[in-house]
Write a protein of this length. Structure first.
Length: 145
């Protein structure tokens, strides 16, 4: 039972870290249009500033960056939290609570990614979500060592 939990929690941590790394690559890669329409769209997305009220003007590109960093940081936070808790050998009751919260959060994230994103994030969030479920179901009934 302990080996099964250990496998799933390490898989979860690794998938969260891999997703963090993959997603942070988007901060360094500039989009390139493959035709005139795409080039015009990319130009507008990165240069046209909309009035968001209260004197705030943002481009769609800046809004995407804000959302993108949130996705990256939630994956990093989950990985670091799970690693820390695994290292501290916490009680199973706490693991169950933490993993239930992560399962709910990453499950909702997975649903939204399935409807609004493309294949790589779908795969990454799916692996995280199903690792959360596996970890939650494999939490031992006795204290971890």
């Amino acid at each position: 039972m302990h080996k099964r939990f250990s496998f799933f929690i390490w898989a979860l941590i690794i998938f969260q870290l891999i997703t963090t790394v993959f997603h942070s690559l988007s901060f360094f890669i500039k989009p390139v249009g493959s035709n005139a329409t795409e080039e015009q769209m990319i130009s507008l997305i990165s240069t046209y500033k909309m009035d968001m009220g209260n004197g705030i003007f943002r481009t769609y590109s800046e809004l995407v960056i804000a959302l993108s960093i949130s996705f990256t940081l939630i994956c990093l936070f989950g990985a670091l939290l799970n690693w820390f808790l695994k290292r501290k050998q916490i009680a199973p009751e706490i693991w169950k609570g933490v993993l239930l919260i992560e399962t709910i959060v990453f499950g909702i994230l997975f649903l939204f990614v399935m409807f609004f994103a493309f294949l790589p994030p779908m795969i990454c969030t799916g692996l995280i979500f199903f690792s959360c479920i596996g970890s939650l179901l494999a939490v031992p009934t006795t204290t971890l060592r």
